[in-house]
Design a binder for this molecule. Structure first.
Ligand SMILES: [Zn+2]
Ligand SMILES: [Zn+2]
Ligand SMILES: [Zn+2]
Length: 152
């Protein structure tokens, strides 16, 4: 079976870019930290362990390229830091985030869940939805253990 890195390689080739060793090291770091929301500096420090000769500017350019190709999304959780988040393959829309205001943990919701809301917005505002970023702020189950599973 074709691996994720091979498919990303094809995406790059399709846009006339090569998967250079530096780009490959950057993509591997993103894949290894799929659950995380790394800043360019975080990515740079991790890539440096694989490719010590790499510079921050190269990592930045690679991240911008991957953003253009929709391999990653560039997100900002309100702290002024751009973070890079791998897009789920085959997902039409971007996943949602739950940010805990107590411990700062960021969890992801991979299900879109917005079908009904999208229908209402599209018909009421004559607006074709292409994507959305949704971030919930609240208290996670680890910080508030008395919330029962399944309780709404
Ligand atoms: Zn995410
Ligand atoms: Zn959606
Ligand atoms: Zn928490």
């Amino acid at each position: 079976m074709e691996s994720r890195i091979d498919r990303i390689k094809k995406q790059l080739h399709g846009a006339s870019y090569k998967l250079t060793p530096q780009r490959e090291a950057t993509v591997l770091v993103l894949l290894e930290h799929e659950e995380d929301h790394l800043s360019a500096e975080d990515v740079f420090l991790l890539v440096k362990e694989k490719a010590p000769e790499i510079g921050l500017a190269t990592v930045y350019r690679t991240l911008e390229l991957l953003t253009d190709l929709k391999v990653v999304d560039k997100i900002n959780f309100g702290d002024g830091v751009s973070r890079y988040d791998l897009r789920q393959e085959g997902a039409a829309h971007f996943h949602h985030h739950l940010i805990c205001i107590e411990c700062g943990t960021v969890d992801e919701i991979q299900d879109d869940l917005l079908g009904d809301v999208e229908k209402i917005v599209e018909s009421r505002f004559q607006f074709k939805i292409k994507d959305h970023w949704l971030t919930f702020h609240g208290i996670c189950k680890r910080c508030k253990p008395d919330v029962e599973d399944g309780e709404v």
